[in-house]
Design a protein around this ligand. Structure first.
Ligand code: ATP
Length: 270
């Protein structure tokens, strides 16, 4: 199952937010979307999961225009963990995660044994089995995030869109969540602020700046000192990590770059 944005443009109040953005997520690829605050990452993802409608351009889910597909068919194939969790009512965690099964059911169809098993597995995979009877509103930010991921897993979609999935999570849970998503071998696109997480998990990274894709490629190709300076305005020391084999970034404050300009903004391969 694949997901693709083709020449997507989008405006809000006559202000162009996305300019002809094209990104492609191939079957079982893990694609990262990085860029400064306000560069359009969430807006692009919202277009990709049909919360917003592109002004021009097309979103293809499994090579078919998403606007031509029914909501139920999209929900069977595409799960979303967004930044916001707008809930009108409070729910118990287990009920919320069970909602992930809805696209697989007919109207008023009750949960089957299989549904219970899938929901319990999602709770366990995300490490929140002990929270199943808690009310969602009483949870911490990180616990809420894991509930939303569990709901997406219970949906058993082949494509998953994640908008800052590691936001609110402590470092152990960040790595656990990213490991879990990687081991599921889904087609993934994730907006990520942590560039070391992006480097470690992504096959391909797209860089958005002011609503345009300005770079894309493998983490090694994209996460260079020159790109980090151009897009984020920061100096970075980048090495290939001896365990992950992926780039590892250390950001260097201006005060140190003044002292040792030659030691920063270089790629060192160890
Ligand atoms: N409903 C809205 N009304 C007005 N402006 C909006 C609205 N939604 C988004 N924008 C603007 O569109 C631009 C892109 O926002 P978006 O949330 O897509 O960026 P982002 O890259 O996800 O940012 P961040 O990293 O801060 O989450 C920003 O300038 C934002 O202020």
């Amino acid at each position: 199952m694949t997901l693709e944005a083709q020449h997507v443009s989008y405006s809000i109040h006559d202000q162009r937010i996305l300019h002809e953005v094209s990104i492609q997520i191939k079957e079982k690829q893990f694609v990262g979307l990085i860029g400064p605050n306000g560069s359009g990452k969430s807006t692009l993802l919202k277009n990709m999961y049909r919360l917003l409608k592109p002004e021009s351009g097309t979103i293809l889910l499994n090579e078919k225009d998403i606007l031509q597909q029914s909501s139920k068919s999209i929900a069977k194939n595409l799960a979303v963990v967004s930044q916001e969790t707008p809930l009108l009512f409070d729910f118990q965690v287990i009920d919320l995660v069970s909602m992930g099964r809805t696209p697989h059911k007919k109207l008023f169809e009750l949960d089957h044994e299989d549904d219970f098993r899938i929901v319990k597995e999602a709770l366990s995979q995300t490490g929140i089995a002990h929270l199943e009877t808690r009310s969602f509103s009483s949870l911490s930010g990180g616990e809420k995030k894991r509930v939303m991921v569990a709901r997406a897993l219970a949906q058993q979609a082949q494509v998953i869109i994640l908008d800052e999935p590691t936001n609110h999570l402590d470092i152990q849970h960040q790595l656990q969540l990213m490991d879990l998503i990687q081991t599921l071998h889904l087609t993934v696109v994730a907006a990520l602020h942590d560039l070391n997480i992006a480097a470690m998990y992504c096959d391909t990274i797209y860089v958005l700046q002011q609503g345009r894709i300005v770079h894309y490629g493998t983490p090694e190709e994209v996460l260079t000192p020159a790109v980090l300076w151009e897009v984020f305005g920061v100096h970075a020391d980048i090495q290939m990590h001896h365990l992950t084999g992926r780039p590892y970034l250390t950001y260097v404050s201006e005060q140190f770059t003044k002292i040792a300009p030659k030691e920063t903004s270089t790629i060192q391969i160890t």
